[in-house]
Design a protein around this ligand. Structure first.
Ligand code: ADP
Length: 257
């Protein structure tokens, strides 16, 4: 069999396996829920298990569809002026609220404040991916994650630091390639960092990585100020996105829940 075909079949087999696990859990949960005599607490825990696993499947499928549409159909930035400090604070609150049952110490350090012009949903997705990776790479309990943000004349520097297993120098470039996972047991799709790299590239920015095995990793997004779409120029006041953000964060962090 030719090598490319073999790789593709292997990928499809892994994807099917990754979808089958949550699907089995959802199916079993519904079988139990159908039994009318189960207690309320038992029913609640099966509803929650079903919801968690639906999120896992959704995230998996979203990664493939998002990556495909970004790279093949071309994605457009929807850049808006927003309050940078407020954005980073809101992202960190969404992470904490999503992970209330996971032992994570999230430390936030925000320098300065200022308006930034960027695609908020894309930056949110990139940030959540980095946080999810940092937590997955950490065995210590509680898991420590440090978020640092600084603003300079509309430019944003946003970094996520973990103290987990770290990444060897030889792997530091290739983890941004699609479908690369360093450990075959890694939860996820191998597309997270490729999506982050696409998002940063669309913003004309760059992503920096400092990492050493056993010491953890710091991923830093350098996002230069965008030129807002004409119609968005006056859009300085933002609707309150926190509720929706919490739902999106739960999806993006589904591997951890
Ligand atoms: P995945 O969906 O598997 O997390 P990513 O593209 O986000 O895919 O990451 C690719 C691989 O890079 C991961 O499977 C993991 O092996 C490695 N990796 C990513 N982030 C980290 C990190 N913070 N620490 C250690 N390894 C990491």
């Amino acid at each position: 069999m030719d090598e490319l075909l073999e790789q593709q079949l292997e990928r499809i087999a892994k994807l099917s396996h990754d979808l089958k696990g949550p699907l089995n859990t959802i199916y079993s949960a519904f079988q139990i829920l159908k039994m009318s005599d189960s207690e309320e607490m038992t029913r609640d825990s099966y509803y929650q298990a079903a919801e968690r696993n639906i999120r896992r499947m959704t995230r998996l499928i979203d990664h493939f569809t998002n990556y495909y549409s970004m790279t093949n159909q071309g994605a457009k930035l929807n850049a808006k002026m927003i309050d940078g400090r407020r954005l980073v604070e809101s992202l960190c609150v969404a992470v904490k609220d999503s992970l209330e049952n996971v032992n994570v110490e999230l430390e936030t350090d925000i320098e300065g404040n200022g308006m930034v012009c960027l695609d908020e949903l894309m930056i949110e997705s990139a940030f959540l991916n980095l946080v999810s990776n940092g937590i997955k790479a950490t065995k210590e309990d509680p898991c420590k994650i440090k978020v640092h943000a600084s603003f300079d004349q509309g430019d944003l520097l946003l970094s996520v630091r973990d103290f987990g297993i770290g990444i060897e120098e030889k792997d530091q470039q290739r983890i941004f390639e699609p479908l690369v996972q360093l450990n075959s047991l890694d939860k996820g799709t191998g597309l997270g960092l490729s999506i982050v790299a696409e998002i940063v590239q669309l913003h004309g920015g760059e992503i920096l990585l400092e990492s050493a095995p056993g010491e953890g990793s710091t991923f830093t997004l350098k996002i230069p100020c965008q030129i807002p779409v004409e119609s968005k120029r006056a859009d300085l006041k933002q609707f309150d996105p926190d509720m929706d953000r919490l739902q999106r964060a739960k999806l993006e962090l589904a591997d951890l829940l």
